[in-house]
Design a protein around this ligand. Structure first.
Ligand SMILES: Nc1nc2c(ncn2[C@@H]2O[C@H](COP(=O)(O)OP(=O)(O)O)[C@@H](O)[C@H]2O)c(=O)[nH]1
Ligand SMILES: [Mg+2]
Ligand SMILES: [Zn+2]
Length: 308
């Protein structure tokens, strides 16, 4: 009732959201602020709100833009909320996810890397792993360790330094095509990398993210950032506490490509690789063909998935 049709409507992409207000880039290139229509707000859908990257149908109601409907998502990046049981969609319709960790300060543990990679795999995207701060003392050595573990199992691992500029060409090739997201804990240099790529962005760096803390209203918002080089980047919340959400225990295996590959050799088709006889995955771990750290992460995440 009362919807004015015809004059102003169309499709757009959600570029930013915060406090119930959405910044939407219409397909004609203009940008408008919009609210969600009440009806849609009440709609529970998957329990998620409209997020950055969502394709939305827009309408104008009494002079104001409203989001009238949300298109089905091609992909969605979901993470577990910090310490909580609720899943949270972080961004929709991404083409690529770039996992960013630091070689030093803070040095990424394999367990954290495994979780970050797995949560991306669970969303159906195969991530690139960027190791920043290789300029710091010991940074190169840590990068080499990470590369030796993750390179052979099919991940592209890049050594970069937002400060020194190392690896920025390779980083740009990943970031400058389609819509990509950088995910990683706060403090690893995500904003610094973006500033190095596109100095006009002038993103604030070195700030402790209030996201994920207990603070109520944070001013930090999720947004898509158009880059001068042609890509679009999703600026997402800190991923300090990452877990899988709504992943069935039996699907955790699929988030570990090198385990999934070997599972075909297990005696039982639905082998969990924990206690069954003639398990090809455990045999590969014992032979040193699969990293013990990866196997432990798999078991840990599988155990977590059972209790969720
Ligand atoms: N040495 C060094 N420090 C960096 C590098 N990249 C970022 N930093 C520093 O790390 C801190 C966190 O960076 P920031 O970009 O805010 O991280 P974000 O939270 O992931 O966005 C800041 O003090 C940066 O100056 C790097 O490549 N080398
Ligand atoms: Mg930042
Ligand atoms: Zn097995």
């Amino acid at each position: 009732m009362g919807i004015e049709r015809g004059t102003a409507s169309g499709h757009g992409t959600v570029y930013a959201s915060g406090g119930g207000v959405y910044r939407v880039r219409l397909d004609d290139g203009s940008e408008v602020e919009a609210a969600m229509r009440g009806r849609l707000k009440l709609q529970k859908r998957t329990g998620e709100k409209v997020v950055i990257g969502d394709r939305v149908r827009m309408a104008r109601v009494a002079g104001d833009w409203v989001i009238d409907a949300v298109d089905e998502r091609r992909t969605q990046m979901v993470r577990r909320s910090p310490g909580g049981r609720k899943g949270k969609v972080v961004a929709a319709n991404l083409d690529r996810i770039i996992v960013v960790v630091a070689a030093r300060d803070p040095s990424a543990t394999f367990e954290l890397i495994d979780r970050l990679l797995a949560v991306v795999e669970a969303s159906g995207l195969h991530p690139v792993l960027v190791v920043n701060k290789v300029d710091l003392p010991g940074g190169r050595e840590r990068f080499d360790e990470i590369d030796r573990t993750y390179g052979p199992i099919g991940y592209r691992v890049l050594a970069v330094s937002a400060v020194g500029g190392e690896g920025m060409e390779a980083f740009a090739r990943e970031a400058c095509a389609g819509t990509a997201a950088l995910v990683g804990p706060s403090g690893v240099g995500k904003s610094s990398l973006l500033n190095r790529l596109d100095p006009a962005l002038e993103l604030r760096t070195g700030e402790l993210s209030t996201r994920g803390g207990r603070g109520r209203h944070t001013t930090v918002e999720s947004r898509l950032i158009p880059l001068a080089c042609g890509g679009v980047l999703a600026d997402t919340p800190g991923f300090g506490d990452v877990g899988l959400w709504r992943v069935d225990p039996d699907d955790v295996e699929a988030c570990f490509p090198e385990l999934a590959e070997r599972a075909e050799g297990c005696r039982f088709r639905r082998c969990t690789h924990t206690s069954e006889p003639d398990c090809a995955v455990r045999a590969a771990v014992e032979r040193g063909e699969v990293a013990g750290s990866r196997y432990r992460s798999y078991v840990g995440l599988r155990e977590e998935a059972k209790h969720r």
